[in-house]
Design a binder for this molecule. Structure first.
Ligand SMILES: O=P(O)(O)OC[C@H]1O[C@H](OP(=O)(O)OP(=O)(O)O)[C@H](O)[C@@H]1O
Ligand code: HPA
Ligand SMILES: [Mg+2]
Length: 184
């Protein structure tokens, strides 16, 4: 396969678009049930860039008045493993003081990214902070993170697509894929 083929380097589909769509609908319904009737509106926070597609699909399945905000965090650089240095590239615009916050993540791997985000957000007076991740690679966890909403638990494979990248590419693949072993 050459680089002209937009799916170059991919070895298999792990979660297809239909399965993603169905599970995200369920997650949205669950979140809608859990937050219905709460006196504070919910602020849904997208962690860029990986969570862009998941966020866009998830919020359309939350049938409540919400506001959205964005934070850009980076720790993987151009590698398969975390640099362990979590950088904040863009901060939230609005205040979360006294509000319920739902952080939307594409994947939890080591947990170092969320540990840092929770530390920052935790100091800003939110009423309650909840986590929702599309993918949970539990076997790789180093930081203890309590997640309320999980789309899929996955094994220890480097995954791509539906927002997730390798060296910033593949984010536009509309399903979750596994990269071929001999590919760099
Ligand atoms: O649990 P961890 O081991 O910290 O890994 C998970 C994080 O790593 C990836 O982001 P990345 O730093 O690659 O930035 P990106 O979202 O812009 O792709 C992914 O989107 C998660 O945010
Ligand atoms: O498996 C992964 N794929 C892409 N980005 C990631 N960031 C943490 N784990 C992964
Ligand atoms: Mg990310």
């Amino acid at each position: 396969m050459t680089k002209k083929d937009w799916e170059y380097g991919i070895s298999k589909t792990l979660i297809d678009s239909e399965t993603l769509r169905a599970r995200i609908k369920e997650l949205g319904a669950e979140i809608t049930r859990d937050f219905a009737g709460k006196e504070e509106d919910l602020v849904v926070v997208c962690l860029l860039k990986g969570s862009l597609l998941f966020m866009a699909d998830l919020i359309r399945e939350i049938k409540l008045p919400i506001t959205i905000d964005f934070m850009e965090i980076s720790s993987y650089g151009n590698d398969f493993a975390s640099t362990r240095e979590v950088k904040i590239l863009k901060d939230l615009e609005g205040s979360i003081m006294g509000k319920d916050v739902l952080i939307v993540e594409d994947i939890i791997d080591s947990g170092l990214t969320l540990k840092k985000v929770l530390k920052i957000i935790g100091g800003r007076g939110a009423k309650e902070v909840y986590l929702c991740t599309l993918l949970d690679k539990k076997v790789k966890r180093e930081a203890d993170i309590n997640v309320q909403y999980v789309g899929f638990e996955i094994d220890d494979e480097f995954v791509l697509g539906y927002g997730l990248d390798f060296k910033q590419e593949y984010r536009n693949i509309p399903y979750i894929a596994v990269m071929g072993e001999d590919f760099e």
